[in-house]
Design a protein around this ligand. Structure first.
Ligand SMILES: Cc1ncc(COP(=O)(O)O)c(C=O)c1O
Length: 353
């Protein structure tokens, strides 16, 4: 059998038996970034275009939502509830997925970023949430995962009392990491594409937030017997907090898939928080330089919260790489947020030009 077909069909625990719905437009492209590589060193650089997953401006969360919405459908839900930052891509895509499947969506927007800018509060993802007709709620704390989840639970009970059938998407550890399964599957897709193109994958670089993308990709690669280094770029918490989160995610994935955890936490969980300052959803000079580099070398648009910070990590890794290395950057989307950050970005780009 063709190597790429064999990889695509390789079982990973119960992955192919769990509830899932179809939201993606198809596989996302794997593209070589020759111009960026020419600037950064001897490694070959590639981008996995998960900003092109299709639905409502795309992004990594579409892969994750295939499993959440699949479970919601299996349970007969008619309303999705989710919490996130004001400019959250996840809540935007949860609302779009709900609409695609004929459901309502309640979104809770948390105060994670200290910003009173009306553009941040109304444009970008928020505007799309409104176009999708999601019901918007607010939560005053952005660092209280358990409290935000409990508040969603409260809302769900209220909706149930009105005769609705709510389904809550939880992000905090301790809940089944269904979203990570989208990236266990993405590891299969990526390895099959590398096999088809004759790419000897040595490293993956991606943004590490809730940890579903990072944990899922790392778990998937190891479960498929691949030892590529996976470097997570911290976008929300520092390394000391994120290491435990990713390790725990991998254990939870193993439990869900009813298989042994192939990830060795000490060796495999690799993170950098060098580009996190001054904090989640806030710009720094490296982010602006990375956004400009990706755009000016490859025409690639990244966002200030997640993907431009991850490009900072890619730049660092590419500069340290050796000839023959092949590094894949996972572009996890987030593009609509650039409009929410219009003021800060505009000023920083003017100052940088
Ligand atoms: C565009 C984008 N990239 C990366 C991430 C981080 O993914 P994860 O939460 O799976 O770690 C997010 C999370 O919301 C995101 O919206």
């Amino acid at each position: 059998m063709d190597a790429q077909i064999e990889i695509r069909q390789r079982p990973v625990g119960r992955l192919d038996d769990l509830s899932r719905t179809s939201l993606m437009s198809g596989e996302t492209p794997l593209e070589e970034m020759r111009n960026m590589a020419a600037r950064l060193g001897p490694a070959r650089l590639f981008v996995k275009r998960d900003d092109l997953t299709g639905l409502a401006f795309g992004g990594n969360k579409v892969r994750q939502l295939e499993f959440y919405i699949g479970e919601a459908e299996a349970k007969g839900a008619d309303t999705i509830l989710i919490t996130g930052a004001v400019q959250s891509n996840f809540v935007r895509l949860a609302a779009a997925s709900a609409r695609m499947k004929g459901m309502d969506c309640h979104i809770q927007l948390e105060e994670r970023v200290p910003k009173n800018d009306p553009i941040y509060r109304n444009s970008g993802n928020v505007l799309i949430d409104k176009i999708l007709g999601a019901t918007l709620h607010t939560y005053p704390d952005g660092e209280d995962e358990a409290g935000a989840d409990a508040n969603l639970g409260e809302m769900a009970r209220g909706l149930k009392a009105q005769g609705k059938r709510p389904y809550v998407i939880h992000l905090s550890p301790g809940h089944a990491p269904l979203g990570a399964l989208g990236y266990v599957d993405a590891a299969r897709e990526l390895l099959a594409q590398c096999a088809a193109a004759g790419i000897e994958l040595t490293e993956v670089v991606l943004a590490s937030g809730s940890g579903h993308t990072h944990g899922g990709m790392l778990f998937g690669l190891r479960a498929l017997g691949h030892d590529a280094l996976v470097t997570g770029v911290c976008v929300r918490r520092d390394v000391s907090q994120q290491v435990g989160r990713i390790s725990r995610r991998c254990e939870e994935i193993a439990e869900l898939l009813e298989m042994e955890n192939p990830v060795n936490s000490e060796r495999d969980v690799v993170l950098t928080d060098a580009f996190l300052a001054p904090g989640y959803g806030q710009l720094n000079d490296d982010v602006i330089a990375a956004m400009k580099l990706a755009a000016e070398t490859e025409g690639l648009i990244t966002d200030p919260v997640y993907t431009a910070k991850a490009v900072c990590g890619l730049i660092e890794r590419a500069k340290q790489a050796e000839d023959g290395n092949a590094i894949v950057f996972i572009h996890t989307g987030g593009t609509p947020a650039i409009f929410g950050y219009e003021r800060d970005l505009g000023a920083a780009l003017d100052a940088a030009s």
